[in-house]
Design a protein around this ligand. Structure first.
Ligand code: PLP
Length: 360
């Protein structure tokens, strides 16, 4: 068996120990005689798995008691619609910060339900920075303010928490969830698709302040009403049981790593290795404003785009996979989530140096 060094933006690399544990549990979870995939979600075995996963996530993020933690389906993209359906609560305006591809999708979906105010945008510079707080124009009538705290495609990360007064702050944290501590009480709602830093695709985690529940539009399907899920501990219907189990193993792994502060320190070191190299090179370049560079997704270009294919081919041959940038921005992208060890980055740097020497 050989494991590749996988720089995919998502579904992304998972901790090897988690995968090994899942393999060991596959046919017989803890003497139950069943795989987690075969268990009743109402049975004591799976209830214990789900309760432990929620407890560990609450501990990792220090989630206050007046927030619900939901394990839902449909990925982060379904949240683009669920958020306005549930949070407009009779208002007609919601505010959005436009920072790139994912913000754009959230905005387009929200426009089906309400008037969207663009609070701030980085479109003027091809989405290469996070608009400063001083540029935000929040409407006091807005039902909520939505932003994307890590733009996975552009590689732009907010390293600060916006302050929007009484208006609930809603955030898409999909691609840097659990990469650093978060002050949950600053937000009305946090959501994150699992396949970047947590586990299998399809699962989405929602952390929502209780007072925001129970105001869904009358047309909202029950399965898209947060309150229905909150009242049923995310088991209103059959939950994505196996995905929750894997997420639970990742939470335990994070605790064993020393929690989110320790993870953050490691992520800072990992990202710095890569950015320092890019900055020292005249062959490779990262377009993002230095202060706003993502610790998770590092896009970069080669001096000559005609070399892109040769670069990717050589990388593949060395087991350095999924380095192609998103089709909307081109170039390369290395996603270096929690589970990417520093050795993976060293292997990438060694190859990048070699390629530069050969081609520059
Ligand atoms: C990947 C991603 C999404 C979409 O997630 P799906 O699970 O595919 O719906 C949304 N927002 C951000 C920031 C992402 O990185």
């Amino acid at each position: 068996m050989s494991r590749a060094t996988n720089f995919s933006a998502g579904p992304a690399t998972l901790p090897e120990s988690v995968l090994k544990q899942a393999a060991a549990d596959m046919l017989d979870w803890h003497g139950s005689g069943m795989s987690v995939m075969e268990m009743s979600h109402r049975g004591p075995e799976f209830i214990s798995i789900a309760e432990q996963a929620e407890a560990d996530l609450r501990e990792l993020l220090a989630v206050p008691a007046h927030y619900k933690v939901l394990f839902l389906q449909g990925g982060a993209s379904l949240q683009f619609g669920m958020i306005p359906m549930n949070l407009l609560a009779g208002r007609t305006v919601a505010d959005y910060v436009h920072t790139g591809e994912w913000a754009k999708k959230a905005i387009a979906e929200a426009k089906k339900y309400c008037q969207v105010g663009i609070v701030a945008s980085s479109e003027d510079k091809q989405f290469t920075y996070a608009p400063d707080q001083s540029e935000w124009r929040v409407s006091p009538d807005a039902a909520y303010v939505h932003f994307t705290s890590n733009e996975t495609i552009g590689g732009v990360e907010f390293h600060w928490t916006p302050e929007v007064g009484k208006v609930p702050l809603v955030v898409d944290m999909s691609s840097h969830f659990l990469s650093r501590p978060v002050e949950v009480s600053r937000y009305g709602l946090i959501y994150a698709g699992a396949q970047k830093n947590v586990g299998p695709a399809g699962l989405v985690i929602v952390i929502v302040r209780e007072d925001l529940l129970g105001h869904a539009m009358p047309i909202t399907p029950s399965m898209l009403d947060y309150k229905v899920h909150a009242d049923a501990q995310s088991m209103s219907n059959t939950p994505p049981a196996y995905a929750i189990y894997i997420a639970g193993l990742v939470f335990q792994w994070l605790k064993a790593q020393g929690g989110l502060s320790a993870m953050e320190q490691r992520n800072i070191v990992k990202a710095k290795r890569l950015y320092d190299f890019l900055d020292s090179s005249s062959f490779y370049k990262n377009p993002v404003r230095k202060f706003d560079r993502s610790r998770m997704n590092v896009p970069f270009t080669l001096a000559d785009a005609k070399l892109d294919n040769a670069f990717l081919k050589g990388a593949d041959a060395r087991g350095l996979l999924q380095l192609k940038g998103h089709r909307s921005v081109g170039g390369m992208r290395a996603s270096i989530y929690n589970a990417m060890p520093i050795e993976g980055i060293e292997r990438l740097l060694a190859y990048m140096r070699e390629f530069e020497k050969e081609k520059a």
